[in-house]
Design a protein around this ligand. Structure first.
Ligand code: AHR
Length: 514
């Protein structure tokens, strides 16, 4: 079959040259599904940073903006519509300077602190443990709480877990009840520190590994609650950190190891979110594709100590990072979001899907008004960014079985550099529907795609949708919020088991087949 597909592709390439058209073939191996794509790959992250929480999703109970427990209802509804699987909090760098006891009890008596990580602003602790855990219940999402290793004690971390999850009699359960919550919350994911090689304590790999062993011992399971512990892993390509951490801990001590990787053109000159030329687009795209290399490199190290892949790789911070919007606080990391971001989000999610054997959690940074956000707010107004629409489009892959794909496509080339023109992933959901997500990253060329499914007979296109725009830097603004959104796609036809698709330039398409 592979041979046939290759011959077909060679033939199509010759046709392409003759007709100056771009063509491609994809084979979906529906008979080779082995791994489940964890819905937790589609996780989110929020930190008291700029207007992510305050004046972002959290407006307070007394706001005129409709809210539930102080959180904007429009954002709650939108997050429910994309089936948000988990939400990470309170950081980020902030997590390692956060002392949770400052954020419980009557709001007027909560201790104020200086947020030294982000803009030196006063943090009044009005959004604390109760507000976060209650929000997760409203959203029907799993909370992912990150504990303080950098400046906190083992006792403080142990008591936090007891406070959140202990039923029955205990000092922390009593305190929680005094603060108005009788039953414990369910807490599945707990991170033991954040970026402890940097803002989380400037530690060496060995020092953190030793601390991790100690701290995680006191992250206990109370009653039926079962915590999945996530060790603070490396930054980008630091395989040494991964090696030391994996070697110094065992599968019983960690459910996952985190990896942080942001897509940045150059830390000294990050470039504008909205004003960029084709070469700047290409560079960000190239860096987004690099996530695949990164996962392979870290997986190879993890395989040495955990060949059965019991430990998850949790890419719990990722996304595009540009200069802040002109005139905004540099410590608040506020940036717009264009079709370029939708394309790189889709490429990255395809990479995560295709590494479902090892990557079982990921969190884009951050949910509202910070970096590659899903939502931007301005007073009462709220807009859904192009990245939001990708998460909406890709929710079909949650907990579906990954179907490996063989892709034959041309390259998108610029200045003697190249990337694959198409990025693809496919899955089969619990109802037997096959979904294929395809990104045509080429900004000018349409691609005629021929796709076959091995192992099952498909006879119907159930649904298909597209996200695209006239230019790469098109974005949704407060005056014009609906420029980019998910739209119905008409150019997918199924005949005799062969799916033919005309993929517009710079587009993301998802097709569902039965
Ligand atoms: O997401 C912004 C920051 O980036 C996080 O606080 C930190 O963990 C990372 O360096």
């Amino acid at each position: 079959m592979k041979k046939r597909a290759t011959l077909l592709f060679l033939f199509l390439c010759l046709m392409s040259i003759a007709s100056a058209q771009n063509r491609a073939t994809v084979t979906i191996n529906a008979d080779k599904g082995q791994y489940e794509i964890s819905r937790h790959i589609y996780g989110h992250f929020s930190e008291p940073l700029g207007h992510c929480i305050y004046d972002g999703r959290f407006v307070g109970e007394n706001s005129n903006i409709p809210n539930t427990g102080g959180v904007r209802n429009d954002i709650i509804d939108a997050l429910k519509s994309i089936k948000i699987p988990n939400l990470r909090w309170p950081g980020g760098c902030f997590a390692d300077e956060y002392h949770w006891m400052d954020g419980i009890g009557p709001k007027e008596s909560r201790k104020k602190m200086v947020n030294t990580s982000w803009g030196g602003v006063v943090e009044d602790n009005s959004f604390g443990t109760h507000e976060f855990m209650n929000l997760c219940e409203v959203l029907e999402t799993e909370p992912y709480v990150c504990g303080n290793v950098g400046s906190g004690t083992v006792e403080e971390m142990a008591k936090w877990v007891e406070y959140m999850t202990m039923d029955g009699e205990s000092p922390m359960a009593k305190l929680r009840r005094e603060n108005g919550r009788d039953k414990p919350w369910k807490l599945q994911f707990f991170g033991v520190g954040n970026e402890n090689w940097g803002c989380g304590g400037s530690m060496t790999a060995q020092y953190y590994t030793d601390l991790y062993r100690r701290y995680q011992t006191f992250v206990k399971n109370y009653g039926d609650n079962r915590i999945l512990k996530i060790a603070g892993g490396p930054s980008s390509g630091d395989t040494h950190w991964m090696d030391v951490l994996m070697k110094g801990t065992d599968n019983g001590q960690r459910w996952g190891v985190s990896l942080h990787h942001y897509t940045v053109a150059d830390w000294g000159k990050k470039g504008s979110a909205t004003e960029f030329d084709e070469w700047e687009y290409f560079k960000i795209l190239h860096l987004a594709y690099y996530m695949d290399e990164l996962i392979k490199e870290h997986s190879a190290v993890m395989d040495k100590y955990d060949p059965e892949k019991k430990t998850a790789l949790a890419v719990d911070e990722w996304g595009n990072w540009y200069e802040v919007e002109p005139g905004t606080n540099p410590g608040f990391l506020y940036q717009q979001n264009t079709l370029r971001d939708a394309i790189t989000a889709a490429v990255t999610l395809n990479i995560f899907n295709n590494h479902a054997d090892r990557v079982r959690m990921a969190n884009i940074a951050q949910i509202v008004n910070v970096l590659q956000a899903l939502f931007l707010t301005e007073g009462e107004k709220m807009i859904l960014t192009p990245t939001f629409h990708i998460f909406d489009m890709y929710k079909v892959h949650h907990d579906a079985t990954l179907l490996p794909v063989d892709v034959n496509c041309m390259k998108y080339e610029l200045n003697h550099s190249q990337v694959e023109q198409l990025s693809v992933s496919s899955s089969r959901d619990k109802n037997g529907v096959i979904h294929i997500s395809i990104v045509n990253v080429d900004p000018t060329k349409t691609v005629d795609l021929s796709c076959v499914v091995n192992g099952v007979k498909v006879s119907k296109v159930v649904e298909s949708s597209v996200i695209t725009a006239s230019t790469l830097n098109t974005y949704n603004s407060f005056d014009n919020p609906g420029v980019i959104k998910k739209e119905s796609f008409k150019d997918a036809k199924l005949k005799g088991g062969e799916l033919t698709v005309t993929l517009p330039a710079k587009s993301i398409v998802t097709i569902s087949l039965r």
